[in-house]
Design a protein around this ligand. Structure first.
Ligand SMILES: [Zn+2]
Length: 257
């Protein structure tokens, strides 16, 4: 099992680096300089580059890294990303023999149309689709696509570790508490996240079980969430439609501060 460490980039991105003390792979290298510095510091050689979707803060460092290291670059087949050499999609496997890991590819559209996730050894790299206590914005896909993608991730084993690409957890917890003020696990998560951030540590990875217990976007069947989103947006949602709750929550979140 490789170690998995975050390389912080920009204001709140994490470039996840998998390594075995000799070789490394990085996911969503938006900033080549940060990756090169980290490789040098830990005396690692890059073996592979992976990306989840085409946004600049996830891919802007790829070509520079690929110039320095002649390694395979994996990226979503339905998106046009410079310097990707191996286009992947649902059902494909990414093998990185240098660090002894195989990652399966999942298509999880919504945030962008071609967004993929990588899953292996109980670790999920989900880019901007699932966040700590939240989810990505709808930039290209429909609410239904993002809802189904998140439902799919929620169906993974509870102990699956969730490596998101941004440190958004604390802001997301504020929103989650507005949706579900009586969720005791959410209160605990707020305290835990505060303590981690105060110590300068990431709140990630989380787990699928923790997300299912606290993330409102995975809890659209909860009556309290339905009630609060209806109140907040002054709307009446169709009975029994988790998708309608999800779409309304996403809209509320866009305007929540
Ligand atoms: Zn994005």
């Amino acid at each position: 099992m490789p170690a998995i460490v975050p390389i912080p980039a920009f204001s709140d991105n994490y470039i996840w680096m998998l390594h075995n003390r000799q070789y490394a792979a990085v996911v969503d290298p938006g900033d080549a300089g940060q990756v090169l510095a980290s490789l040098q510091k830990h005396q690692l050689e890059l073996a592979a580059i992976l990306c989840t979707h085409h946004h600049g803060d996830h891919v802007a460092g790829i070509c520079k890294l690929a110039q320095v290291y002649n390694v395979p670059v994996y990226g979503p087949q339905h998106e046009d990303i410079p310097c990707v050499s191996r286009a992947v999609g649902e059902g494909d496997t990414v093998e990185i023999p240098e660090i002894g890991i195989e990652l399966g590819v999942l298509d999880i559209p919504g945030h962008t149309i071609g967004h993929v996730a990588y899953l292996g050894d109980g670790n999920l790299f989900c880019g901007d689709t699932l966040f700590g206590c939240g989810c990505g914005r709808l930039f290209e896909g429909t609410a239904e696509q993002l809802f189904r993608s998140l439902q799919r991730l929620a169906g993974l084993p509870g102990e699956t570790k969730v490596y998101c690409a941004h440190e958004y957890t604390e802001a997301n917890i504020r929103f989650a508490l507005a949706c579900e003020p009586r969720n005791a696990q959410l209160e605990r998560r707020r305290a835990d996240s505060r303590a981690l951030r105060a110590a300068g540590l990431p709140t990630l990875p989380s787990t699928i079980a923790l997300e299912k217990a606290t993330n409102p976007f995975l809890r659209c069947s909860m009556p309290e969430i339905l009630h609060n989103v209806e109140q907040q947006l002054a709307i009446k949602l169709p009975a029994g439609s988790e998708l309608a709750v999800f779409a309304a929550l996403r809209e509320w979140r866009n305007n929540f501060s």
